[in-house]
Design a binder for this molecule. Structure first.
Ligand code: KMT
Ligand code: NI
Length: 177
């Protein structure tokens, strides 16, 4: 895992866009993000710690998605959709089984913070945080997606409605506390 401010320069979203302004794990904590590194023994099986965390946090749902041009129908369109800024009404865990990718999350000043995830990285994002995702130049992310409740998988794209969303407001209050 590596985090830094996104450079906001035009160009392919899959490029690093590293502004050379690094951010620490403590900074991510202040945004309500938790990160661990649990390398899986094979690219198909979660590390036992992942199951332990999921059970402890009462997670009920998970799936595995392989985001690559050969495994995901309409790859280009899906990657564009993942890159639309959105939030979820539930906390979500992303665990990288293989490959890698970038999650961008909004800072408290509404800047993009880019989080580079690699195999074995586990990230817990709080409900209500604005974010987006992209593969990197290798076009290959195999990720386990874990959600607490059923069926809040729907991304809510940022707009007037998400500003008034109660999960969003709770998140902002938590960040400011
Ligand atoms: C999300 O919440 O934006 C995603 O699930 C992206 C795909 S998972 C690596
Ligand atoms: Ni999302």
């Amino acid at each position: 895992m590596k985090a830094y401010y996104y450079d906001n320069l035009p160009g392919d979203q899959r490029l690093p866009h590293d502004s050379s302004r690094p951010l620490s794990p403590d900074y991510l904590s202040s945004l309500g993000i938790i990160h661990h590194h649990f390398p899986p023994s094979t690219p198909t099986e979660a590390h036992p710690e992942v199951d332990r965390i999921a059970t402890a946090r009462n997670y009920k749902n998970r799936d595995t998605i392989t985001i690559s041009p050969t495994t995901l129908p309409n790859y280009e369109e899906k990657v564009k959709n993942f890159f639309h800024e959105h939030l979820h009404e539930d906390e979500e865990i992303r665990y990288i089984l293989d490959g890698g990718g970038y999650f961008d999350v909004r800072s408290e000043g509404d800047e993009w913070v880019r989080i580079k995830l690699e195999r074995g990285d586990l990230m817990i994002m709080p409900a209500g945080i604005y974010h987006r995702f992209t593969t990197d130049e290798k076009d290959y992310t195999k990720a386990m997606r874990l959600f607490k409740e059923d069926p809040k998988w729907t991304p809510l794209n940022r707009g007037e409605e998400t500003e008034g969303n109660s999960y969003r407001q709770e998140y902002v209050k938590m960040r400011e506390a």
